[in-house]
Write a protein of this length. Structure first.
Length: 286
């Protein structure tokens, strides 16, 4: 039942508010510094700009854990050059700045970490049970409710900084989306039948992010990989992977230690896919 547009409630019209977010934060550094805008071209773009245009020693340069938020985006960026539809006042558009001391090939794991945290925050607030469609789609009942776009600055094979851009369809009325993306998209409000407090959700996401990130820094990739494997609905499925110059059909077997997808092709070859678009197939599909 989509009564969301017809019956706006107090929460629906509630704006993002840094004081309210801080009330629910349990973190030391993630989300402690919030840059909140009414409108941006893209929160990732703003984060890149803040990092690029100020030297790391400048006190105005965002610290690790800084969070850029916008009520709307005019040029929200999706993966593979796509547009992320970003209407005002209903969703979350967030970019986290992290500076982990890791080698460049490990960076995609942080996308997986963010995906796990989005799923955990949604579950903690709503009892919905999101899953992850590799590499970075957060799904509920087979429909996409959130996506992640990671942009990294690499210097001499090491990560200089990472921008984890997260878009979550929270109180979005799906009927307002362009027709071509509507069938595969959902929002938390659509799933629950009532609106969700965006300030609470972003605070919970910060809390999950800090716990998982510190665990990753202290214990390495094993714990996050274990959770990522258990939440990734792609594993065990027959898939078609659209690569730039060819398609690959096979069974998604596992994730490697960098979060890449290992596919056993129908010719029984093993292939490792680092990025690309995945289509889940039925077993009888070719
Ligand atoms: C995808 O699934 O294609 C990734 C979508 C990522 C969208 C978010 S919204 C906040 C951040 N700023 C952007 O411009 N994109 C990301």
């Amino acid at each position: 039942m989509k009564t969301i547009r017809q019956q706006p409630s107090a929460e629906l019209s509630q704006t993002l508010d840094t004081l309210k977010i801080h009330q629910d934060l349990k973190t030391r550094f993630i989300g402690r510094s919030i840059y909140l805008f009414t409108e941006l071209d893209s929160t990732n773009q703003a984060a890149l700009y803040l990092n690029l245009h100020q030297p790391p020693t400048d006190p105005r340069t965002p610290q690790e854990g800084a969070l850029i938020l916008a009520e709307s985006q005019t040029q929200g960026k999706g993966r593979l050059g796509r547009h992320w539809v970003s209407p005002p006042g209903v969703n979350l558009y967030a970019s986290f700045i992290l500076r982990p001391t890791i080698e460049a090939p490990q960076a995609p794991l942080l996308t997986g970490l963010a995906a796990v945290c989005v799923a955990r925050a949604i579950e903690a607030l709503s009892r919905l049970k999101p899953t992850i469609k590799w590499p970075n789609d957060i799904m509920i009942q087979g429909k996409k409710t959130a996506g992640i776009l990671t942009e990294a600055s690499i210097r001499r094979e090491k990560v200089d900084y990472l921008i984890l851009g997260i878009g979550i369809n929270v109180n979005l009325d799906i009927d307002t989306l362009p027709q071509d993306i509507r069938p595969n998209a959902t929002s938390l409000a659509q799933q629950l039948g009532h609106p969700v407090d965006r300030n609470k959700l972003i605070a919970m996401l910060c809390n999950e992010m800090e716990t998982a990130y510190l665990e990753f820094l202290n214990e390495g990739s094993d714990p996050i990989l274990k959770t990522l494997r258990s939440l990734t609905e792609t594993l065990g499925k027959k898939v078609r992977v659209q690569l730039p110059h060819r398609n690959l059909v096979g069974w998604a077997e596992d994730l490697n230690t960098q979060g890449a997808l290992i596919i056993r092709t129908i010719e029984s070859q093993r292939e490792t896919v680092y990025s690309g678009d995945i289509i889940h197939l039925r077993n009888e599909d070719a």
